[in-house]
Unconditional design. Structure first.
Length: 301
């Protein structure tokens, strides 16, 4: 006897028809899920980001004659590093070190003060803590440009004018409110059971803050550190108003060295922009994971 294997569905049967209909519906669903406007918008946004970066980099490799003698978006006919050499020889190291000192001197105290304030606001039980939190939130509504004259007068009376400390103190004051907001929201997401277990182990609030809250808020701390560091590094108004000596210039003010009375050395200016951007780019690449998680995890509730 021979056994004849029969297929479950034959052409023309109800099963094959249902299978083909289901396949067509699945294909139609996948087609409908294609977000063509979203994809087009993504490519447009990519072009908006890439084109300025491309322009800055290729222009920094051109000579002044080559920049004015050809299409600004065209590749340089003969690349040169003379602009970078000119920037490095024009006290770039001094401006760079001043920017590093101002950035570290502003970001580190900001993060420390804001972290302790955020922990006190979230874990504390004092009746004045809500008022303190409200004061920090009010600080978000005060722009730096609206207070530049009072800041200038206070710096003069403190005899801090024309010093790097004159830039650091206002930078710290205006960075604390947003930093406290981000860190306090992140600390609220820490399970209360962890704090209770630390208390049962005999840890004080001070030990709990440094041994438990600090490690768990590392993504948020990296986020606010990079964000505040970027603002201080690119700051122009405070160094312009509160400093005067050429030896105390930071990188944004150092760009003036390539601006004459009747002309501007555009390739040299863009070369200095490239050099001043590299440190921030390196820091972002190293801390990108903590930055992304810190931007999302602190606002989950």
């Amino acid at each position: 006897m021979s056994t004849v294997l029969k297929s479950d569905s034959k052409p023309g049967t109800a099963a094959s028809t249902a299978s083909s209909i289901k396949a067509k519906q699945s294909l139609g669903t996948r087609i409908r899920r294609l977000n063509i406007p979203g994809g087009l918008g993504g490519w447009i946004w990519l072009a908006v980001i890439i084109i300025p970066v491309y322009y800055i980099v290729i222009t920094s490799l051109k000579t002044s004659e080559g920049y004015f003698g050809q299409n600004p978006m065209a590749l340089p006919t003969s690349s040169t590093l003379e602009n970078y050499q000119l920037v490095i020889e024009a006290n770039f190291s001094t401006y760079f070190m001043n920017s590093v000192i101002v950035t570290l001197g502003s970001v580190v105290p900001t993060v420390l003060i804001a972290f302790m304030a955020a922990f006190a606001i979230v874990r504390g039980k004092g009746r004045y803590l809500k008022f303190v939190n409200g004061v920090f939130l009010m600080g978000l509504a005060i722009p730096l440009q609206a207070t530049i004259i009072p800041i200038y007068l206070m710096i003069i009376r403190l005899n801090l004018y024309d010093s790097l400390l004159a830039i650091m103190l206002p930078s710290i004051a205006f960075a604390i409110p947003l930093t406290v907001l981000i860190l306090s929201n992140f600390i609220r997401d820490v399970p209360n059971e962890l704090f209770e277990s630390m208390r049962l182990d005999g840890c004080s609030e001070w030990q709990t803050m440094w041994r438990l809250a600090l490690p768990l808020t590392k993504p948020a701390i990296v986020t606010v550190a990079i964000y505040n560091g970027l603002h201080v590094w690119n700051g122009f108004l405070l160094p312009l108003v509160l400093t005067q000596s050429p030896g105390l210039r930071v990188l944004p003010l150092g760009l003036w060295s390539f601006q004459g009375e009747f002309s501007v050395n555009i390739p040299a200016v863009l070369a200095s922009v490239v050099l001043s951007t590299l440190p921030i780019l390196v820091i972002y690449v190293l801390g990108r994971r903590q930055l992304v998680s810190g931007l999302t995890a602190g606002f989950s509730k």
